[in-house]
Ligand binder design. Structure first.
Ligand code: PGA
Length: 259
């Protein structure tokens, strides 16, 4: 059975005092989570603080982006090895904000994915379509291209050490969540696409849903058969709300709902 994961994506939010309270709350509340892992992806400067507060806890932490390069003359870039040194287990790659605001192509994302893996991090590969792509019927084609860029350059086996996050761009930060059926259909497509290369790997792959997940809708999303947890933006900044989402993932483990 696939394990459940709920990862918070803080984006460019936080300060030392607020983080201290939020991380402390998560650390304490996550201690008795059953069958679900909880993680936080924090801005780079706060990785040191995350490690300090979360060390020896059940909560994992990670970065939100990584350089596709190693050490060297790459001003502003943070390498995968640096993230490892700060205890990161995870790193987001190809988040839609990186793709749309910073122009990251599928090839750049694949290179970042490879750099993360090489350093022993678990990349969380974000894929998803814009509203226009959905409305013009290009959703599957877009997601397939995002997946294929990684599979073709790194090999399908690389996905065996990764997590995929399906995040429809139109649902991110908009309050407009995909319905459980819409999300399930996309997740099933992703799993089937990867299964054409390696069925066993695909059936073990953890696929998260992201896009306006909150405590009120997490349960019905996580109850879908191909949804293995969530990537949480805005709601990850609210301690009680985030932990309620983590507990929704836990409940699914105890009472799986078949669709
Ligand atoms: P949101 O963001 O939960 O605020 O929609 C999700 C994400 O961007 O990962």
């Amino acid at each position: 059975m696939r394990s459940k994961l709920v990862a918070g994506n803080w984006k460019s939010n936080g300060d030392l005092a607020a983080n201290e309270a939020l991380l402390g709350h998560i650390r304490a509340a996550a201690a008795d989570l059953q069958g679900a892992t909880c993680a936080v992806c924090v801005p780079y400067p706060y990785l040191f603080q995350a490690r300090q507060v979360l060390a020896d806890s059940t909560v994992a932490w990670g970065g939100q982006d990584v350089s596709q390069f190693g050490a060297g003359a790459y001003t502003g870039a943070v390498t995968a090895v640096m993230l490892r040194e700060f205890g990161c287990r995870y790193v987001l790659v190809g988040h839609s904000e990186r793709r749309s605001i910073y122009g990251e192509t599928n090839d750049v994302v694949a290179a970042k994915f490879g750099a993360a893996l090489q350093a022993g991090l678990t990349p969380i590969l974000c894929v998803g379509e814009t509203l226009q792509e959905r409305e013009t019927g290009a959703m599957e084609q877009v997601i397939a291209a995002q997946l294929d860029a990684v599979i073709e350059t790194k090999g399908v086996a690389a996905l065996g050490s990764a997590v995929v996050a399906y995040e429809p761009v139109w649902a991110i930060g908009t309050g407009k969540t995909a319905t459980p059926q819409q999300a399930q259909a996309a997740h099933a497509f992703i799993r089937a696409r990867i299964a054409t290369h390696d069925a066993a790997l695909a059936s073990n792959l953890v696929i998260l849903y992201g896009g306006s997940v909150k405590a009120a809708n997490a349960g019905e999303l996580f109850a879908m058969s191909d949804i293995d947890g969530g990537l949480i933006g805005g709601a990850a900044l609210l301690a009680e709300e985030f932990m309620a989402i983590c507990r929704a993932a836990e409940r699914k483990q105890q009472a799986p709902v078949q669709v």
